[in-house]
Design a protein around this ligand. Structure first.
Ligand SMILES: C[S@@+](CC[C@H](N)C(=O)[O-])C[C@H]1O[C@@H](n2cnc3c(N)ncnc32)[C@H](O)[C@@H]1O
Length: 239
């Protein structure tokens, strides 16, 4: 064995010993052992990918309203890259969890949950770092309140994942993204499951939105609401 090979073998066994030591701790297990880290089940992620892929030919931008730490952004964006050129992908979030105005609305709806404890520990900078580390250079990261954001500042959209959980921002995001949605474009709305008490504002906003727009209430895989803007009728063919 050469000196170089011996050094390599010492290095490998030191790494292996350190790993074995670390996984004896909670923290070590959390960072080193494989885990499922998505907020969607595999079939929900697959359904998102299929919907997103189907609207690529429309050529519009994509948006994720409520992007948290970017795990779904990375997954979906990667999938789109494999299908051709990924579209410009807008990621909008407070990166600081729920706003007090939104929580107030939930309190008025009778909710007592501790919303302030969820999603407060994200940051725009870390999100951008995640995008860079994953080589995703078509994302535009916007730190904003989805309830008051000016959606007319977005380009025409072919796809939006609306995932801001509570009634007030969901209402605004649905209306705003719908206004920007191209004919044939798709909105996917998370948390449309009325049996999950803490997030049922999302379901209420989706049902209200569908009724207002005269759309069917299309909920798939337990909690994903789907809304598609009808294609403009081909007037020439109809004549
Ligand atoms: C369920 S997480 C989004 C998960 C993400 N789509 C994913 O799949 O990984 C909900 C996100 O909505 C954000 N959010 C909640 N209320 C918001 C508001 N009014 N404006 C912007 N973002 C908001 C939270 O900060 C949180 O990151």
């Amino acid at each position: 064995m050469t000196l170089h090979q011996r050094m390599d073998s010492v290095k490998r066994s030191a790494i292996s010993d350190a790993t074995n030591l670390l996984v004896r701790t909670d923290y070590g297990r959390r960072i080193l052992l494989p885990q499922y880290r998505y907020m969607f089940s595999p079939e929900q992620l697959w359904s998102l990918c299929q919907a997103a892929e189907s609207v690529l030919p429309l050529g519009g931008a994509f948006a994720e309203i409520g992007a948290a730490d970017g795990r779904t952004t990375v997954y979906l964006h990667r999938h789109l890259e494999k299908k051709g050129e990924a579209p410009t992908y807008y990621c909008i979030d407070t990166f600081n969890g729920f706003t007090s105005e939104d929580i107030k609305v939930e309190r008025a709806r009778g909710k007592t949950d501790n919303y302030a404890e969820s999603f407060f520990n994200n940051s725009k900078k870390r999100f951008q770092r995640t995008m860079k580390m994953n080589g995703l250079d078509r994302t535009v990261v916007v730190q904003a309140d989805a309830a008051t954001f000016d959606y007319s500042s977005l380009p025409p959209l072919s796809f939006a994942l609306v995932d801001v959980d509570l009634l007030r921002p969901m209402r605004a995001a649905l209306a705003g993204c719908w206004d920007r949605l191209l004919p044939g474009g798709i909105l996917v709305v998370d948390d449309c499951d009325p049996s999950v008490n803490i997030w049922d504002g999302a379901h209420e906003a989706f049902v209200e939105f569908c009724e207002k727009q005269g759309l069917p209430i299309d909920i798939r895989h337990e909690k994903l609401g789907f809304a598609s803007r009808p294609l403009v009728p081909d007037v020439e063919k109809e004549v």
